[in-house]
Write a protein that binds this ligand. Structure first.
Ligand SMILES: C[S@@+](CC[C@H](N)C(=O)[O-])C[C@H]1O[C@@H](n2cnc3c(N)ncnc32)[C@H](O)[C@@H]1O
Length: 265
């Protein structure tokens, strides 16, 4: 889907990616003095984690969504980071221009992922790393599973139609497919790992209202279905969460798959 609303994205998933980003940067082994490409930078959460990692890491973030690039440029002002519009499949950089190329929560969006990974390897120097990380949409994101359970209970037909129209397997690519993609792209020393985080919510509203901001296709669906059912999705979800955690704040875990490989000699 087209990403058009960076403010809504920040409320919905930005806090999750901000928490995941330092874990991913550490897994990729980014070191002081490196020049890093943040592919699909979105609102800039990985770029922020990278420049916070060490005082002399430089970052360029690229993303096809001009409004996200604008948001990132305005919210992260540093002489060590620059954002520009661009796509992973056609990176506007010279061969070996970076020490590392990273993509956080982007692989599932790519039109041509083999081409994108080859491009990330091309712009990375020999011995540098190419890494990506994506949520485990199959089993690793209770935040979304709980929403889907509520939506299915309220309107199974609408959920089936949404899934059929999207035509994608939520668990794809998993760690094995990511590793295969990395090896087929010529990368060596390929490793995958599960990265876990926990997110706290002050209240049911803190959890639910970001679903209604239209940030992603799922959010548009959630808002429309909730309206069409006079709030039944929200009521169901509130009941489920209250049965699990009682009334008030709660925390949910999340798991992402990460893959890293080294550009071979
Ligand atoms: C889920 S968001 C992740 C953004 C950011 N990396 C983060 O972790 O918060 C997915 C991002 O991928 C970008 N994207 C979609 N297609 C892309 C492509 N072909 N090349 C690069 N980025 C792409 C979107 O514009 C969006 O900003």
């Amino acid at each position: 889907m087209t990403y058009t609303n960076p403010a809504a994205y920040e409320c919905f998933m930005g806090r999750w990616s901000a928490r995941l980003a330092p874990r991913f940067a550490a897994f990729a082994g980014i070191r002081s003095g490196e020049r890093v490409l943040d592919v699909g930078c979105g609102t800039g959460n990985l770029s922020r984690a990278l420049i916070d990692l060490a005082p002399n890491i430089d970052v360029i973030g690229i993303d096809p969504a001009a409004s996200y690039v604008d948001w990132a440029s305005r919210s992260l002002r540093s002489p060590r980071v620059r954002f520009q519009v661009g796509t992973a499949e056609a990176l506007a950089f010279a061969d070996a221009a970076f020490d590392a190329a990273l993509a956080l929560l982007v692989v599932q969006e790519l039109v041509d992922s083999p081409r994108a990974v080859r491009e990330m390897a091309r712009v990375t120097r020999r011995g540098g790393c190419v890494a990506a990380c994506k949520w485990d949409f199959g089993n690793g994101l209770p935040m979304l599973s709980l929403f889907w359970q509520a939506a299915e209970a309220v309107s199974p037909d609408a959920v089936a139609r949404y899934r059929a129209n999207r035509g994608i397997r939520p668990d794809y690519p998993g760690p094995d497919e990511l590793a295969a993609l990395w090896r087929e792209s010529g990368l060596s020393e390929v490793r995958t790992v599960a990265l876990g985080i926990t997110m706290e919510f002050d209240s049911f509203e803190d959890f639910w209202l970001p679903f209604l901001g239209g940030a992603t296709a799922l959010c548009v669906f959630a808002g429309d279905l909730n309206d069409a059912t006079q709030g039944a999705v929200a009521r169901r979800l509130r009941e489920t969460l209250a049965s699990m955690f009682g009334v008030g704040g709660f925390a949910l875990p999340a798991r992402a798959w990460a893959v890293v490989g080294v550009v071979a000699d």
